[in-house]
Design a protein around this ligand. Sequence first.
Ligand code: DGL
Length: 269
Amino acid sequence: MDNRPIGIFDSGLGGLTCVREVMNIMPNEDIIYFGDTGRVPYGTRSSSTIVKYVRQDINFLRSFDIKFIIIACGTASSAALPHITTEYDTDIIGVVDAASKRAAAETKNGIIGVLGTRGTVNSGKYAEKLKKLDPGFKVISTACPMFVPVVENGYADTKIAEMLAEEYLENIVKSGADTIILGCTHYPLLRKTIRKIVGSSVTLIDSGAAAADDAKSIMETRGLLTDKAEKGRAKYYVSDTVHGFEELGSLFLSKKIDGDVSKIDIEKY
Ligand code: DGL
C-alpha cells in the first residue's frame, strides 16, 4: 500500500485522456499532472530536445513525493523514454509498450496501423515493439501532424477533421489493418471521425487508456496502490498561462476540471 500521488505528464493537455482513465480505474489515487503547455508541441522537435524536456518534466514531478510516473505523451514515450529509463529510481512507464501489447492481443490478422506525431512515427518505436511481440506483424505507421491543432482548436468533429482523417488513413485502410493504435494522446478525441473512415470492425486502441491499465497492474503487483477509501484529488501544473486550461482541459478529461491549476517555470528543473 502506498498513499503517495501518481505523477502524469504530457507535452500539453492530451495526457488528460490518460488522467481520465486513471480516475476511472483507480478513483482513490491522488494525481499530480504536468502539461508542458509552454513548449508544446513535442511532436515536431528533434529527439535530443524531447529528451531534454522529458528529463525536466520528470524532475519536476519528482520534486513531489510521487510513487509512479506515467508518460502520457506518445512523442515523449517514443523519442525519450528509451534514453532515460535507467536514470531514475521511480517507476516510469510510457504509452508505447502498453498500447503495443493491447494491439497485439486484439489483432486477428496481424496487420496493425499506428497513428502518431512525426516524432513518434520517426522514432520507429511502435513498429519495433510490435515486431518484438510478433515478428510476423505487419505495421503501417502514419504521421498525422495536423491532428493536434485540429483537436486543440475544437475541430475534432468537423468535415475538416474528416478530410484529414481520410487522407492520413488511406494507406492503413488499404493495408486491411484490423487494429489501429491512436498513438498520440490527443487522438481519442478524434475517435468518432476516425471510426467514420475505418468502419465499425476495426479496433481502435487508446494509448493513454492502455498506459493507465498497465500502470494499475504494475502498481498492484508492487503493492503501490492506495488503501484510501475517499476519492483521490488531482493537482494540475502547466508551463504557460493557466487561462483556458479549464475549458480545453475539460474537453480531454470529459468532465469539469476539479482541482488547482498552477503555472510553473519548467526551465528551473
Ligand atoms: N502529446 C503529444 C503526443 O501524444 C501530441 C502533442 C505534441 O506534439 O506535443 O504525441
